[in-house]
Design a protein. Structure first.
Length: 190
C-alpha cells in the first residue's frame, strides 16, 4: 500500500511538472554580441574590443528583484587592432593577464526606468580591483532575441589599468568608455 501511494505521488508530481510550460533557458549569443572600449591616447580615440566573454543571465521584467546578471571577460582576448599594442595589453602595467585572466561584473539590483531602459547596479572587478558601478542598459526585442546595449564610463586608474609610468593622464586619459551590445535568447517579454 505504501509503495502504491508513493508511486501515485511521484506520478502526480511528474504530470504536474509536464503540464507547466518549461522556462526558456536564457543564453548569451557571443557571435551576435560585442564588447568594446574607447580610450584616448594623447587626445586621439583608440577603439578596442574583447573577443571572448560570457554571461549568465536570469532576467524577468516582472520580477526584477530576483533577476541577476554575471558577466566574465577573458582579458587576454583584448585587442586594439595593432600587434604592438596588443602585445602590451596583457603585461602587468595594463591588464596583468597572467595574474588576473578575467574581469567580471555581478549585478546586485536591477531597476526599471521605463521605455526599455534599466539601471543595473553591481560590482565590477578588473585586475583585482573591485568597485560598485551603475550600468545603464537599454533592452529591445525582435522575435526570440533580446538585445541589451549600453555604455559604462569607468576610470582606468581606479582599476590600476595603465599604472606606473602610464598613470600620467596627459598621455592616456583616465576616462574609458566600455560599450556593449549583448544578444540574448530565452528572455521573456519586456
Amino acid at each position: 500500500m505504501k509503495h502504491t501511494v508513493l508511486t501515485a505521488a511521484l506520478f502526480a508530481t511528474l504530470m504536474s511538472c509536464m503540464a507547466l510550460p518549461a522556462a526558456a533557458q536564457q543564453k548569451l549569443l557571443p557571435a551576435q554580441s560585442e564588447l568594446g572600449f574607447v580610450a584616448k591616447q594623447m587626445g586621439v580615440p583608440m577603439n578596442g574590443h574583447f573577443k571572448k566573454f560570457d554571461a549568465q543571465v536570469t532576467f524577468d521584467a516582472a520580477k526584477l528583484a530576483t533577476s541577476k546578471v554575471a558577466f566574465t571577460v577573458d582579458m587576454g582576448s583584448a585587442t586594439l587592432g595593432s600587434a604592438e599594442a596588443d602585445s602590451e595589453l596583457p603585461k602587468a602595467t595594463w591588464f596583468n593577464v597572467p595574474k588576473f585572466p578575467q574581469a567580471s561584473f555581478t549585478s546586485s539590483a536591477i531597476k526599471a526606468l521605463g521605455g526599455g531602459k534599466y539601471e543595473m547596479t553591481g560590482q565590477l572587478s578588473i585586475k583585482g580591483q573591485a568597485h560598485d558601478v551603475l550600468v545603464p542598459v537599454t533592452m529591445t526585442q525582435a522575435g526570440a532575441l533580446t538585445v541589451a546595449t549600453g555604455v559604462l564610463p569607468i576610470k582606468r586608474l581606479a582599476f590600476k589599468v595603465g599604472d606606473g609610468d602610464w598613470a600620467d593622464t596627459s598621455m592616456v586619459a583616465d576616462d574609458v568608455q566600455v560599450k556593449f551590445k549583448l544578444t540574448l535568447s530565452g528572455v521573456g517579454k519586456l
